[in-house]
Design a protein around this ligand. Sequence first.
Ligand code: MG
Length: 371
Amino acid sequence: MGDDIPKQFLPLGGVSILQRVVEIYCAHPSVQRVQVVIGAGQEKFYEQIFPPNHKSEKLLPSVIGGARRQDSVRLGLQTMAVHTPDYVLIADAARPFTTAKIIDDVVNALAPNTAVFTAMPLADTLKHQNGAQTQTVPRKNHWLAQTPQAFPFAKLLELHQELQHEIFTDDAALFESAGLPAHIIPGSARNIKITTAEDFQLAEDMLSNFNDTRIGHGFDVHRFTAGDHVWLGGARVPHDRSVEAHSDGDVILHALTDALLGSIGAGDIGQHFPPSDPQWKNASSDQFVRHAMGLLRARGGKVVNADITVLCEAPRIGPHRDAIRARLAELLELSADRVNIKATTTEKLGALGRAEGLAAEAVVLVKYSNF
Ligand code: MG
């Protein structure tokens, strides 16, 4: 699959498989850091997904892996060792349907000196082929191992270093080789690993099966202060005032972020980007929307449409409407006809009517695929 582009970088439902997997782990509250290991020469594909200026609390800079899967895991572990984690989960970059529930089950089973992994019992009859002869292998107690697989960090790193001259096709095998116990978590048939073109089509079909529709609403207001422009929907709009804000004060993007978070029951923008955190000072608000979109995708969500209302006496939105619409369509992965921008004054009533600030409301419809 993917002769020119490695499969984990191929877009699945418009978003690369790797990005989906990274977002799933970054969105999980038990996961503190995510280390991606990429192949030599894949830097340009990786940077298209996560550019060097990408800000994330959890995602560490990628590292280059080795010739074999186990070399890549070892190099990733060595890089993470500086953070002295207690436990580590190893995940295939090709399993975009791993759910928070699977990660919960694995994390809840963590124990010292024990491997934990998800696996599927065999449903089909297991055959062993020897030339023209076949034999039936009793399938009792046989499992098909999946990922995530979880381990005490220091022990896994030690085994990877000690056993690097042997060959292993998964990480639990190193624990097995050391005679250490393993705990199997029954996995999910939906947690497929995308290997073939047929898997890819199946994954597209799974993603297109959206059957859970939710709505999200957001409201944001900022007070005017001295200045010469405001940011609205990612557009720099000249004005005789600016707004007081910790970030760029873009009320459209803030209301939109809250609407996206609302659709997944994920609280509000202040919980995800505390104004007290210096990393968001003067931040471009695009990244708040991108973060919320990542959480939404990690839950199998896709935005259907967005409707935005800006409330202010000035500036006039009309001249900037098309630019804002195009920018929001890009951030929300929609065609422009699914994004609507409205503007109204408040008839000089109240604080907004006295032009003390400006506000925006956003409503989004989101469909979820319960994969
Ligand atoms: Mg705000």
